[in-house]
Design a protein around this ligand. Structure first.
Ligand code: OGA
Ligand code: MN
Length: 195
């Protein structure tokens, strides 16, 4: 499982692994993300950082909730522990110097999208590897919501946001976008950062 992710990252700037999260964990995280939404705890996602931060729904339309290790549920702790195992394996094999993780739930309402972008801020280059775990049960191609990757000198790659699938890519090097979906789209999105 982790070996295959590491092997993909050794030869290209991205990796996709279906069934990375067990179905029980994916559905528990999905219900926690959905209850954050229901209770008004999601905030509109922005672009930029610090004084450059802006909320612009013509660029991205998701709502987010930052995970906090201090006050994580058992399912969130399980997710964070899996991320830690992945971080250590990637560091061991690829020497990316990944130091920590920041992660949030993201919920895109039907019709929302995130235009083509890179995951680094102008004044903060710590984000190194973007890691997204999708939480959507019974997602079909017709539901849309693909993550579209634009690797340099390669064909674009579309990833369906199916429950349990992990997608990761080099934050500063790979342009990507989120296509609109016909139903709400849930994920837990993280960034492994360098110091
Ligand atoms: C992001 C992002 C992709 C996705 O949050 O920066 O690109 O598939 N998300 O949710
Ligand atoms: Mn992104």
């Amino acid at each position: 499982m982790i070996n295959s992710i590491v092997a993909q990252l050794a030869r290209q700037s991205w990796a996709v692994k279906p069934d990375f999260l067990p179905a029980t964990l994916s559905s528990q995280l999905a219900s926690e993300a959905e209850s954050c939404y229901q209770s008004g705890r999601l905030r509109p996602a922005g672009t930029g950082q610090g004084p450059e931060r802006e909320v612009r729904s013509e660029i991205r339309g998701d709502g987010i909730y930052w995970l906090d290790t201090q006050d994580a549920t058992p399912a969130q702790t399980d997710y964070l522990e899996r991320m830690e195992i992945l971080r250590l394996a990637i560091n061991r094999e690829l020497q990316l110097g990944l130091f920590d993780l920041e992660a949030h739930f993201a919920r895109y309402p039907a019709g929302a999208f995130y235009k083509k972008h890179l995951d680094v801020f102008r004044a903060d280059e710590r984000r190194t590897l973007s890691v997204i775990c999708y939480l959507n049960e019974n997602w079909q191609t017709e539901d849309g919501g693909q993550l579209r990757l634009y690797p340099e000198n390669e064909h674009t790659v579309d990833v369906l946001p199916r429950g349990g699938t992990l997608a990761c890519f080099i934050s500063a090097g790979l342009y990507h976008e989120v296509l609109p979906a016909t139903r709400p789209r849930l994920s837990v999105t993280g960034w492994f950062r360098r110091r």
